[in-house]
Design a protein around this ligand. Structure first.
Ligand code: AMP
Length: 323
């Protein structure tokens, strides 16, 4: 196929490019110099471009010449963000605009609320907050820079004087990251898988020596109680409709709702990712159990993206899946 599936060499690049090659696409990775050797050594990556986040615009012309479609992922969102998404002028799989919403915590929560998805209460002032609360400082990376206050005294002591944080009800329960795929080609939202994160210092042998930091070190696969699935699919569908209403464009491709599920089986969504999440890597090469509900063979998220792109390309409908 005369299309080059391209992404940044990080996050979920292995999964995306392995699947693209398998489905007959050309493949390219944009890599920082110190990682080039690793990515170049993998047979399914046909071409590498060496560039840092500040140098992406220089690649626009060469990538256009290769008929590139770019797959944004978590590292692109974190290191390049909405400004680069706007100026990196090659077709993106999925929504470019949503990267801007994902960058602003309050906008993110507003989108979830407008979708009618249950979320933790957000408090504007310490006075109205009902502990336990979690305070998320703006720019905190990987959950480092968050703190949990059990009571009002701790909250008042630790709350920064400057703005730039959000304060949420701390929901007691288990974290669950639910993977979805919004498909214009099949005209549906698919519930595609789930994972949990393996985080320091909440999953580690902390022995009371450290405060929780929630720094993601890896991910583990998860299957959910079957009785939760209809509700979770409905939340995914509501999310896709809310994106369409708010941005005036269709939700396309992978996304994730990040929730705490309580012992009363309430689902409270505290975050979303509007693109592929690293937790889907747990199904690389083996496929997620839920993918077999839609397709006869298990698929990973990279394969699901490649399938959507392939159908769109064959039917001359690339405009429906790119922005
Ligand atoms: P985040 O950076 O938003 O993904 O959050 C990091 C971690 O903090 C998550 O993996 C959750 O375990 C936890 N967390 C975030 N928000 C809440 C909340 N409102 N209630 C309970 N735990 C939360």
């Amino acid at each position: 196929m005369n299309l080059t599936v391209t992404t940044l060499a990080s996050h979920t690049a292995l999964q995306i490019l392995r699947a693209a090659k398998k489905h007959g696409f050309k493949t390219a990775a944009i890599t920082e110099p110190h990682r080039e050797k690793f990515y170049k050594g993998l047979g399914f990556i046909e071409k590498t471009y060496v560039a840092g986040p500040d140098e992406l615009d220089m690649l626009v012309e060469p990538l256009k010449a290769e008929n590139a479609v770019f797959i944004p992922h978590g590292s692109f969102v974190e290191y390049c963000g909405p400004e680069r998404a706007a100026s990196f002028n090659i077709p993106f799989f999925g929504s470019r605009q949503l990267i801007g919403v994902e960058a602003v915590q309050l906008e993110k929560m507003a989108l979830l609320e407008s979708a009618g998805i249950p979320t933790p209460k957000t408090y504007k002032t310490a006075g109205e907050a009902e502990p336990p609360v979690i305070v998320k400082l703006a720019g905190a990376k990987g959950g480092r820079g968050y703190f949990v206050a059990k009571d009002r005294r701790t909250l008042l002591e630790r709350l920064p004087s400057s703005a730039g944080y959000i304060m949420q009800e701390y929901v007691v329960g288990v974290p669950v990251y639910v993977h979805y795929f919004a498909s214009p080609m099949f005209n549906r939202v698919e519930l595609f898988g789930a994972d949990i994160r393996y985080e320091a210092n909440v999953d580690g042998r902390v022995l009371g020596l450290q405060e929780p930091t929630f720094v993601v070190v890896g991910n583990r696969p998860l299957v959910l109680r079957e009785s939760l699935l209809p509700r979770l699919l409905e939340y995914g569908e509501r999310f896709a409709s809310a994106v369409e209403k708010r941005l005036g464009e269709r939700m396309v491709g992978p996304f994730c709702l990040e929730a705490i599920i309580t012992d009363r089986l309430e689902v409270k969504v505290f975050e979303f990712s509007g693109r592929i999440v690293a937790g889907t890597n747990v199904y690389m090469g083996v496929g997620s159990p839920y993918s077999t509900l839609y397709f006869d063979n298990p698929m990973d998220m990279g394969e699901r993206i490649a399938l959507e792109l392939k159908i769109a390309h064959e039917q001359n409908l690339l405009d429906m899946v790119t922005s």
